[in-house]
Design a protein around this ligand. Sequence first.
Ligand code: ASP
Length: 457
Amino acid sequence: MARPRLALHWQILLGMLAGLVVGVLLNLLHAPLSAAAADSEVLAAVFSFVVKMNAFVGDLFLRGLRFIAVPIVLFSLVVGASSLNDVQKLSRIGTRTVGIYLVTTALAISIGLLVANVTRPGTWLSAELRDRLAGQAAASVADKVQAAAAPDAWATLLDVVPANPFQALANASMLQVVFAALAFGVALTLVPADKARPVIAAAEGLNEAVLKLVDAVMRVAPFAVFCLIAKVMATMGVEVLSALAVYSLTVVGGLLIVTLGVYPLLLRLFAGMGPSRFFEAMLPAQLLAFSSSSSNATLPVTMECVEERLGVSEEVTSFVVPLGATVNMDGTALYQGVAALFIAQLYGIPLDLGDQLTIVLTATLASIGTAGVPGVGLVMLVIVLQSVGMGDEVMKGGIAIIFGVDRLLDMCRTVTNVTGDAMVATVVAAREGDLLGAQEAAARRQAREQAPLDENP
Ligand code: ASP
């Protein structure tokens, strides 16, 4: 009898834990290993092969996910919008989604500011250590601290409409892809059925094919996650991590409050869903968000989890989740609130309530229209710091200091970003009556998984 296979999310979790252990070991062994490699050519060759292989597998996996991201949004949204023959419903879903996204983002930053006002992370570092850390990393962040224009709401809004939809697809500009797919999907509902049907059927077929690709890419996820995590852990600076422990714990604490406190509460209140069903369904996407630090790369898996495992309808999933990957970054916004306060405290710059409200507003606006890719939160932080009048030197020093722990915090905030998108999709679907019960969702998933391939002619 065949042994039952471990569920994929457990395999990914195991890969992650193994990556953590191996990465930490490599971190500790780094100096002796490099010394030994310097003495032996064979060892040096093995050493370099392992490092390259590791990076190759991780990057290949991320490439596979990015390969899928644009087609999955395009095809599923064309199908979703074309089956939504009620424009009123569409505008209701749109308004609700954007409204909840903005409110939860502002709420998340406020929680970040609140926690940072209590822990005061910037007061735990001596001026001497501050200057030493700032000096060490100054070179690596020089290109990140460039005067950035404050977000202009009009320009952001205008940018949603692509001048050329094919360029939007080629550049993977998610917001524009969502707009284009929505426009074509709705237009299909207005043409005669005999013309629309073959196009929709093609989009449906392509969508199914893309879902199979997601499954295929996910098969290597446990190993790829191992490689990604091992690499991050092996290269993590231990000194910076311990010096910035209070700051890092403040960010992580805020993220935990939002992810494990605020979201379950909203789900319970507005979707009648308990936390265990939600988190069990979302675990694969969360683990991937953590390992990849990218909401965009995680998007195909987030969509699959939301639709297949949570039971949200295709119409709602295909609109709300891709939109969220760009527009809704609760974790990033929270992190920016804490980082801004940390840097201000570090350099003794007072930020009054007005300044902190400016941070809420700027970080909320800045998160719209920014792609969910690794490290982008740190770049956007410049805009937030500028909005409260921080000078160039302080910005450079502050960003150089937090740069050392940014990857780790990026991993954590990306989990919140992705979880927030799924939470909003669930709430919006529940309000529209587009959310299946747990058993119905499981039955539908099983039926789809078992759909016999020999049905194909
Ligand atoms: N990496 C984050 C994401 O993809 C964005 C960030 O905070 O840097 O959602």
